[in-house]
Structure formats: C-alpha cells, structure tokens
Design a protein around this ligand. Sequence first.
Ligand SMILES: NC(=O)c1ccc[n+]([C@@H]2O[C@H](COP(=O)([O-])OP(=O)(O)OC[C@H]3O[C@@H](n4cnc5c(N)ncnc54)[C@H](O)[C@@H]3O)[C@@H](O)[C@H]2O)c1
Ligand SMILES: O=C(O)C[C@H](O)C(=O)O
Length: 343
Amino acid sequence: MSAYVLYKTNPYRNQSMSKKPIRVAITGAAGNIGYALLFRIASGQMFGPDQPVALNLIEIEPGMNALRGVAMELDDCAFPLLTEIVQTSDLNVGFKDVNWALLVGSVPRKQGMERADLLGINGKIFVGQGKAINDNAAADVRILVVGNPCNTNCLIAQKHAPKIPAERWFAMTRLDENRAKTQLAQKASVPVKDIANLCVWGNHSPTMFPDFYNAKISGKPALDVIGDETWLKDTFVPKVGKRGAEIIAARGASSAASAANAVVDTVVSLTTKTAPSEFHSVCVLSSGEYGVPEGIITSLPIKSDGEKWEVVKGVQLTDYAKEQIAKSNQELLDEREMALAAL
Ligand SMILES: NC(=O)c1ccc[n+]([C@@H]2O[C@H](COP(=O)([O-])OP(=O)(O)OC[C@H]3O[C@@H](n4cnc5c(N)ncnc54)[C@H](O)[C@@H]3O)[C@@H](O)[C@H]2O)c1
Ligand SMILES: O=C(O)C[C@H](O)C(=O)O
C-alpha cells in the first residue's frame, strides 16, 4: 500500500469565483464528526455564503476508502463554493497552504472512560500534526483542536510548531457553552437565544465550570431568574460537565453532529465581530489572565473584532467560581506534566 494516497477531485471546478478560496484541513475527515462537519463548511456555513473553500481531507490509511466515499458525496452536493477536495494520509500534503486546520482525527472515549484516559492513545498524533502544520501551512494558519483530550492535545501540537504564533491555537469548549445555554433556557422556559454571557472556564472535562453567575437570561442575571443557587451548583454544573458521557451512554458513540455544530460556531465566533457585551468560550494559551496559570490551553471568555481575538477583561468571579476554575486548571497542569513526560 502506498505511503499516502492523494486524490484531487475536480480541481478546476468553480475557479471563476473572484475571492481566493480559504483552504481548510480536516483530520479524521471520514469519522463521525467529519461526516457532520464537511458539508456545513462546503455549503458556506463556516465562512459565509460568498466565500469559496477548498477542503484538504486527512485520514489514516485504513480510512482512505471511506474518505473517498465522503468526497464522492461532497461532489454529489454540487456545492457552488467548494473549489477543490484533496484526500490524503500524508500530513505534509494535507496541511499544505491551509488557512485553517481543524484537528478532529483521534480516538473517541468509550463508556466508563474519562477524556484524559485518551492522552496516551491520542497525544502522540498531535506531535506529527504540529510539526506538519509548522512546516506546510499558510502564513496565517489558525488551528482548532477537537480530538480529546482537546486542551492538552492542542498544547502538544503547539509545542511542536515553533513558527506559528501562540495566539493561533484553539481548543473547543463551545459545545459545552451551547449545552449550558440550552440547560438554562429549558429551566427558565425561554428561547435559547435569550441566554448570553455564558463562559465555560477551564478544561473540556467534568471539572469545567459553566459560569452561571455571569450568565444572562433575557438580559437579567441567571441567578436572579432561576432563583435557585443550589440547583445551579448541584444540578446544572455537573449536568453540563457530564453531558458528553450522557450522550455516549445513550447513543453508544460520542456526540458528533453537535460537536460539528460547535466547530462551526467556534470558527464563526473567531472570524466575525462579537456582539457588544457578549463573549464566547474558547480554549487559548493562557498568559495568566484571571490568575489562571500560564502555559496551559484553557477555556476563557473571548471576543473578536472579526480579525483578532482577545480575552474579555473585567468579568467578576465569585469565590466559588474561582475555586472551581482553579481545580479545572490544576487538572490541565497535571495533564501537561503527563503529556510532557510521555513524549
Ligand atoms: N472537544 C469536543 O467538544 C469534542 C466533542 C466530540 C468529540 N470530540 C472528540 O473528537 C474526536 C473524534 O470524534 P469522532 O466521533 O469523529 O470519532 P470517529 O472515531 O468517528 O472518527 C475519528 C476519525 O479519525 C481518524 N483518525 C484517527 N487517527 C487519525 C490520525 N492520526 N490522523 C487523521 N485521522 C485519524 C479515524 O480513522 C476516524 O475516521 C474524538 O477524540 C472525540 O473524543 C471532541
Ligand atoms: O464526551 C466525549 O468524550 C466527547 C466529547 O468530548 C463531548 O463532550 O461530547
């Protein structure tokens, strides 16, 4: 079997479009999240209805046949914005000239496991991917890590890509934010669009802290609207933290469509202007904001001007919130130590 397989599908189609395509690499493209994600990117939901996209689909060798089927389906959608599909198991080909790298490919956990149990299995994948991104990607590349444990995997890849500025690396807690918003909306019997300022802090693990103190329901503090701090602490927080496990128990497989949706939401939030006074949860490399230890990829409240992002300043944290966030960040420090020792 060849070391890599590269198929370019219709490389010349749709070339008359005036904007230069955004080139997006997706690893694990034939997996469950990949299957829910590619069609949304190709249809324009990630970068907008007039922005052409080229897709670099990356799989391991045993996944290449399934990937060919997925690419055929992309072709059969006749998406006007999709200019090119590259299919490869060679990371140097897959990350060539990409503007975005969505690192999904890795093993999901099974029932009874924690995401951190995957570090030994998945961590090493991100060494080679970090290096290949460093050596091949476009000068403006931005990277979003989804494969678990996503925070520490992101840190591993970042450490192997010295050319790429630290602010271009992200890991995903948007699914947790979306889950938390829905739980609050259902409890308060309001539409989910009425929930704002819901930051999930820390690690994408059961220790994450969905900060209900700063969340707003229809413009009012969530605590006032719900009126039950015990429910928020003892039911809402663990419900959000363990939602991934609840889905695995019900589906027999980890969340896929909602994860793909959160990938789209994360990229949209980083590439469009955030609404005034709103923020979103994204894991970024900490430089000590809010007393968080430096040098971990941790979830913080982020806003964007459409080009650059920043950590929102001035969010007031209660002592309880600070304690929960510190626990989650301690877990990230421990994961970092484990990862560095293993690599
Ligand atoms: N951060 C989040 O919120 C979040 C949410 C859901 C799932 N996840 C994680 O995303 C990952 C993928 O989930 P899934 O449901 O798509 O899994 P899946 O098993 O359906 O698909 C994974 C795909 O990745 C491929 N793959 C494995 N190693 C690879 C490598 N080195 N390079 C390229 N491709 C590789 C596999 O062949 C497979 O096709 C898992 O680690 C899961 O835990 C994260
Ligand atoms: O829980 C998992 O293992 C998958 C994912 O991280 C999730 O939150 O759904």
